[in-house]
Write a protein that binds this ligand. Structure first.
Ligand SMILES: Cc1ncc(COP(=O)(O)O)c(C=O)c1O
Length: 427
């Protein structure tokens, strides 16, 4: 029997050096390789145009430093007893670490069962802590843009608490909500990661955006040791969080192909959704316009999720359990306060699985991933009663084209990037 090729969880593709070179040429000509050179300035402007923002954001060396400086730029230095920052437990550890690095203390909130975004009801439970709260670090879960309605009600919940909002949209560069609006203008500052495993992948990098010129000025100082533009020290506890020119040149080359990257990822995720939803798998609500760094799916039960993790190994398919454990269950955060019982986070984290994704994930790989999940779901003994369990052969007629048609490649599109599905509009 021929062993299947390993499907990697994420197999990042960066632009080739040939594609990067023309962008880097100006930095070479000027002999200017960091400290806000031409490539960084151009990337910041191009990202602002892509996100429809008036002011360019501040490019950073990774999103973790972006989070640290954004928290300080917006919330200042922790003062008196106002030290708590509300943050979802259902997120990646970088968000929580950044809160502590900035001198604040996290307080965990829950997420919503439909779209897995931070829950307003959970925020409302912090009313009793108003005098200790300094801010909210909202997370755009899995890089998905919350709907307009949710964005408005989350902003209202923070307003009710009387604190500013910072938004960690690490994987969300390019994500659109159901109205086609991009992220980038949420809260007082919003943070994106350009890590190799993110859809906008440069290796290590990120961007902090803000509608406020004052916040952007502070960010510029904070990522440059606390120097202002006259090179006086402002009193900000600065770090070196600057993005180098070579990284920015990679980012400019990524922008050239980014529409194709997103279109491929969305088409592949949409196909998986059409194949798996009828079998009782839950996808993140409102995620059609997400960026899909991977494909998060909630199984009907913790038992079926655990079985899937086990079977995936035998099937040579790498899957992960993001975010399990949730942050409040990590021993290092055991003493952190919580807004109630975090019931949705606890249930979701036991059932969640992250399926593989890549810029060039093939139709054959998608079919293997689908088959693995369906095999597990149809053989898991305990199935909640609300779930009809149709056999794969009797599932509802498919409305999504076969993946071979959806992602048939063309050499003109550049290496490793499939073209936009011919007829498939991005929802
Ligand atoms: C939600 C979230 N925040 C922050 C980060 C940190 O990003 P970076 O690796 O660019 O520091 C990540 C990385 O995966 C993330 O998922």
């Amino acid at each position: 029997m021929v062993a299947h090729e390993l499907i990697r969880f994420q197999a990042p593709t960066l632009p080739s050096l040939r594609e990067v070179e023309p962008w880097f040429a100006e930095a070479e000509r000027l002999r200017w390789f960091s400290n806000g050179g031409p490539c960084v300035a151009r990337l910041e402007r191009a990202c602002a145009d892509r996100l429809g923002l008036e002011h360019p954001g501040v490019a950073v060396n990774n999103a973790t430093s972006g989070l640290m400086v954004a928290l300080r730029a917006v919330l200042g230095t922790p003062q008196g007893q106002r030290r708590l920052v509300a943050v979802p437990s259902f997120t990646f550890i970088a968000s929580i670490n950044a809160v502590r690095w900035a001198g604040f203390e996290p307080v965990f909130i829950d997420v919503d069962p439909y779209d897995w975004q931070p829950s307003e009801a959970s925020l409302a439970q912090l009313r009793g802590l108003r005098s200790s709260l300094a801010g909210v670090l909202q997370c755009s879960t899995f890089g998905t843009a919350p709907s307009r309605v949710r964005r408005t009600s989350l902003a209202a919940a923070a307003l009710d608490l009387g604190v500013p909002v910072i938004v960690d949209s690490a994987a969300g560069f390019g994500a659109v909500d159901e109205d086609g609006c991009t992220l980038g203008d949420q809260g007082e500052a919003e943070i994106f990661s350009f890590h190799a495993t993110k859809p906008f992948a440069v290796g290590e990098g990120g961007l902090v955006t803000s509608r406020s010129a004052a916040v952007l000025d502070s960010l510029t100082e904070l990522v440059n040791f606390g120097f202002d533009n006259t090179r006086s020290v402002t009193g900000h506890l600065g770090i070196n969080g600057k993005m180098p020119e070579l990284t920015a040149a990679v980012g400019l080359a990524v922008l050239d192909r980014f529409d194709h990257v997103l279109a491929h990822r969305r088409a592949a995720a949409e196909w998986l959704r059409s194949e798996l939803e009828p079998a009782g798998l839950a996808f993140q609500g409102g995620s059609a316009g997400s960026t899909f760094q991977f494909v998060p799916v909630a199984l009907p039960s913790g038992a079926s999720r655990d079985l899937l993790l086990q079977k995936a190994h035998d099937a040579r398919i790498e899957v992960r359990a993001y975010f399990d454990p949730p942050m409040h269950q990590l021993p290092v955060f055991a003493s952190v306060q919580r807004a109630g019982e975090l019931r949705v986070t606890e249930s979701l984290s036991q059932r969640i699985v992250a399926l593989p994704m890549a810029n060039d994930l093939s139709a054959g790989s998608l079919e293997r991933i689908r088959d693995l999940v369906l095999r597990v779901v149809t053989t898991t003994p305990r199935r909640p009663r609300f779930m009809a369990s149709p056999a794969p052969s009797s599932r509802a007629p498919r409305i999504v084209p076969h993946p071979l048609k959806v992602i048939a490649g063309s050499a003109a599109e550049g290496p490793g990037v499939a073209p936009v599905a011919a007829s498939r509009p991005v929802p």
